[in-house]
Design a protein around this ligand. Structure first.
Ligand SMILES: *Cc1c(COP(=O)(O)O)cnc(C)c1O
Length: 406
């Protein structure tokens, strides 16, 4: 079934109040309303300012390492025996993932706004590391909130952040993971809003974050479009990306939303399977609700309590999904699938062996789906998989899992 052609102007969303159809919006305490509208106004000016855009382009190139390659994955393509598989190599960026695109851009915006103190949340530590790097680069004070449980699991990333001058504050509440870290960051912001900018790490939360973070990652799709036209002389048949909050996926997809023949698939974390508490596939097991400032699909019980989530990849392990994805799924423009932990562990090893590229566990979810689809498509078809990050951060965890299995 081909995706429905979409007649919607992709730039018409969100509306001024941050709605993507029935999703998104602003659900925060009154004390943050002013900060969010101030941020939206500052971003609106920066976005149209050629000086800001030129400065951002400069740092994306010199500091982050853009453009990234669009790489023909010959080994994986042969293995699948069908469509050509290309990888968009966001794993080659400084700090190891796409997250630096957004962290750099928001740090520049904070400087413009005269805010010298940055706060951020982090789960596995990837966004924290990207933010710490951007703050070190621009001489900004940096405080990163991280669940105490995640700090223990990701001790190396905690060390990296501290090495670059960030203060990492452990959060002891609840499950001691990402959700609690976001709550603490929002609490800090309420208290210090005059001096502080909150660099949120994904296309989620209250307006203007989902729109702004999307815009800062659009460069992925802009480059990919140019690169595939140069390589293949035509647009790809399918785009595939993993979806945690949704930033790397919407970054790749956005440029193609109005291309009716390009199919788009977001891949969520299927964990141990779609039963309560064992996964983070919001579209497979979730319902409409509000979490941390945003109305969207989320995993909750009948009373609206947020369910536990699980994934082998920390970066996809969140109970809610970005509102723009919920909107385009409803319109049938973006489709969603999920990959299980076991599938991911297998393809993690396969990609390492066949390509000499160790993918992040998050990105491997997209690779699982990419291989499945390549097998079903003819050799004349072309798929682009977003390789959102590199797997160096994951090798210790995978080694342990594989040792326990054997
Ligand atoms: C954080 C992360 C993700 C998930 O975040 P999105 O906002 O959904 O992109 C995916 N891949 C990598 C490598 C990450 O670090």
């Amino acid at each position: 079934m081909p995706s429905k052609p979409d007649t919607l102007d992709r730039f018409s969303l969100p509306d001024a109040a941050g709605h993507f159809g029935g999703y998104g919006g602003v659900f925060v305490p009154e004390t943050l309303m002013t900060a969010l509208s101030e941020l939206a106004a500052a971003y609106e000016v920066a976005r149209k300012d050629p000086k800001f855009q030129a400065e951002l382009r400069h740092y994306l190139k010199e500091f982050a390492g853009r453009p990234t390659e669009l790489y023909f994955a010959e080994g994986l393509t042969k293995h699948a025996g069908g469509a050509k598989i290309y990888l968009k190599r966001e794993d080659l960026l400084h700090t190891g993932a796409h997250k630096i695109n957004n962290a750099l851009a928001q740090a520049l915006l904070a400087k413009r706004m005269g805010k010298k103190r940055i706060i951020a949340e982090t789960g596995a530590g990837q966004h924290g590391v990207a933010t710490a790097a951007a703050c070190a680069k621009f001489g900004l004070e940096c405080v990163v909130y991280m669940g105490a449980h995640d700090m223990a699991r990701q001790a190396l990333n905690v060390f990296r952040m501290r090495l670059m001058g960030a203060e990492v504050r452990g959060v002891e509440a609840g499950q001691k993971t990402l959700k609690e870290a976001i709550n603490e960051a929002m609490r800090d912001w309420v208290t210090n809003v005059r001096t502080t900018h909150y660099i949120l790490g994904t296309a989620y939360g209250s307006h203007p974050y989902p729109m702004m973070v999307r815009d800062f990652h659009r460069v992925i799709g802009q480059e990919a479009k140019e690169q595939i036209l140069a390589r293949e002389g035509r647009l790809p048949d399918e785009l595939i990306a993993c979806v945690g909050g949704g930033s790397n996926a919407i970054g790749l997809f956005f440029e193609f939303l109005e291309e009716p023949n390009v199919r788009m698939i977001g891949v969520e974390a299927g964990g141990r399977g779609i039963t309560q508490g064992a996964h983070a596939a919001r579209f497979a097991g979730g319902r409409l609700g509000v979490l941390q400032g945003c109305k969207t699909f989320l995993l909750q019980n009948a009373d609206g309590q947020i369910e536990l989530t699980h994934s082998v990849s920390a970066g996809l392990d969140y109970a809610a999904v970005g509102p723009e994805h919920a909107f385009y799924r409803e319109r049938g423009r973006i489709e969603f699938a999920y990959a299980t932990d076991d599938e991911v562990l297998e393809v993690f090893q396969l990609c390492s062996r066949l390509e000499g590229i160790i993918p992040a566990l998050e990105s491997t979810h997209a690779l699982v789906e990419g291989l499945k689809r390549a097998k079903q498509l003819g050799k004349d078809k072309v798929i682009i998989v977003n390789l959102s990050g590199r797997g160096d951060k994951d090798v210790e965890q995978v080694a342990k899992i594989l040792a326990a299995k054997s």
